[in-house]
Ligand binder design. Structure first.
Ligand SMILES: Cc1cc2nc3c(=O)[nH]c(=O)nc-3n(C[C@H](O)[C@H](O)[C@H](O)COP(=O)(O)OP(=O)(O)OC[C@H]3O[C@@H](n4cnc5c(N)ncnc54)[C@H](O)[C@@H]3O)c2cc1C
Length: 407
């Protein structure tokens, strides 16, 4: 049984049905539904969708490219660059509003053979004790409540996960949780398909952003650590209003925009190191606190973890694996995502230091290699261990013109 049919739940279900295992997803919403997000599909997310056997060319025809990033710190230099991978090749992300992307993913999950039940909210989970099954309480669309039992439960029900709560691991620690808000604005023209980041020393490592997601439509938002908001005695809405007042370029970009209503949400950062497998329950994506601490991206991790959870459960259910699947999943997901999350948490700590950022920006402005490396890290255009490898660091230092010699 999979709870939640976002990226994490759909990836889990797809990995199971591709191995011939029957699976049911319980989803509280009805698609298409909105999800507060920056709407960026990183190259790593696209790779996971492809590995799950999804027709990504169909998706490609509908997305908007995000080809680079422009970064501004109030009172300091502005830096921008096209996203490049560790070979110096241009590598774009895709953007697509989540109400479209998630509906596409859910419909393909259903087409692949998963049983997806919408408007079914899991309100309580009693995790199985060793050999016994898990018991779930489900509220249906008409308000009736039913009980369901399942050998295994995958909690993929997002940042306020009922499954994680009933497992006793939903705490939202302020230093590991980001609070954010987002809206769409229409009638906004940006000079290029770049993510624009606007920040100020007191917001770091948080920021405000504008990102084109369609012709003259942008995704706009602001996210800061919950501990930052508490220290400032403020909230994301007030901080965005202040940013608009104090940052002339942000104000100018949004002049004459037609705004949709704002929506708030929170991001459980992977630095929390939540235990993601216990007994007969596995946590995937935001339910398992897997959001990248440096950039706030989490779709790629939800997809990767879902694939892993599905494949481990398929091994177990088909008898090709002995031992406890939840422990194996907890260990393997920590190893798989740790390669990105460990450097991500170091980058987050560096980005929290205004003095360092003030020093790095003018240097990056005059040094193309450093500029390109910084924006590749922000845009996550290649894996971090590739971008931060000694070979790539040396190549970046030696790169003195915009064009990179392929290494
Ligand atoms: C402001 C903001 C900006 C972000 N920007 C980006 C970005 O640009 N790129 C990126 O990669 N990531 C981004 N993220 C993170 C990303 O949104 C999440 O990491 C990602 O959605 C996690 O996927 P998931 O499947 O784990 O959870 P979700 O996408 O939250 O899906 C959970 C699903 O479970 C369902 N559900 C919830 N509770 C229940 C229940 N009790 N019973 C049944 N179903 C339930 C929900 O309806 C939902 O469909 C952003 C997040 C925020 C808040």
């Amino acid at each position: 049984m999979v709870v939640g049919a976002g990226p994490g739940g759909c990836a889990t279900a797809l990995a199971l049905v591709r191995r011939g295992i029957r699976v049911t997803l319980l989803e509280k919403a009805r698609f298409p539904r909105d999800k507060v997000c920056g709407d960026v599909l990183l190259p790593a997310a696209i790779e996971s969708l492809e590995a799950l056997g999804l027709p990504i060319r169909e998706l490609e025809a509908r997305v908007h490219p995000n080809t680079g990033c422009r970064y501004r710190l109030l009172g300091s230099a502005e830096v921008s660059a096209t996203y490049r991978d560790h070979h110096g090749r241009a590598r774009a992300s895709w953007t697509m509003p989540r109400h479209q992307f998630d509906a596409w993913l859910a419909s393909h999950t259903r087409l692949a053979g998963a049983r997806l039940l919408e408007e079914e909210t899991v309100t309580e989970v009693v995790p199985g004790n060793g050999s016994g099954p898990c018991c779930l309480t489900v509220r249906q669309r008409d308000g009736t409540v039913r009980g369901v039992s399942a050998d295994f439960v995958v909690g993929a029900d997002g940042a306020s996960s009922a499954v994680a709560r009933d497992l006793g691991c939903l705490r939202h620690p302020p230093e590991h949780t980001c609070v954010a808000l987002r809206t769409y604005a229409h009638g906004v023209r940006l000079p290029d398909p770049f993510l624009e980041i606007f920040t100020a020393p007191h917001l770091l490592p948080g920021c405000a952003w504008i990102l084109p997601v369609g012709p003259e439509t942008v995704n706009v938002g602001l996210g800061v650590l919950k501990s930052t908001a508490q220290r400032l005695g403020s909230n994301p809405a007030a901080l965005f209003r202040q940013a608009l007042e104090s940052m002339p370029t942000l104000r100018q970009r949004m002049e004459g925009a037609r705004w949709e209503p704002w929506r708030g949400w929170h991001l459980p950062g992977a630095t929390e190191q939540r235990v993601c497998g216990k007994g007969r329950v596995l946590l995937v994506g935001d339910a398992g606190a897997m959001v990248d601490p440096f950039t706030g991206h989490g779709i790629h991790h939800a997809l990767q973890a879902g694939r892993l959870a599905g494949s481990i459960l398929a091994d177990h259910l088909s008898g090709s694996m002995s031992g406890d699947p939840a422990t194996r999943y907890a260990n393997e997901v920590a190893a798989l995502l740790g390669r990105e999350i460990i450097p991500g948490s170091q980058l987050q700590r560096l980005h929290a230091r205004p003095g360092l950022v003030r020093l790095a920006l003018p240097l990056a402005r005059i040094h193309p290699g450093l500029r390109s490396l910084m924006m590749a890290l922000v845009g996550h255009s290649a894996e971090r261990h590739e971008l931060l490898s000694p070979r790539n660091l040396i190549a970046s230092c030696l790169q003195l013109s915009e064009k990179r010699v392929l290494v």
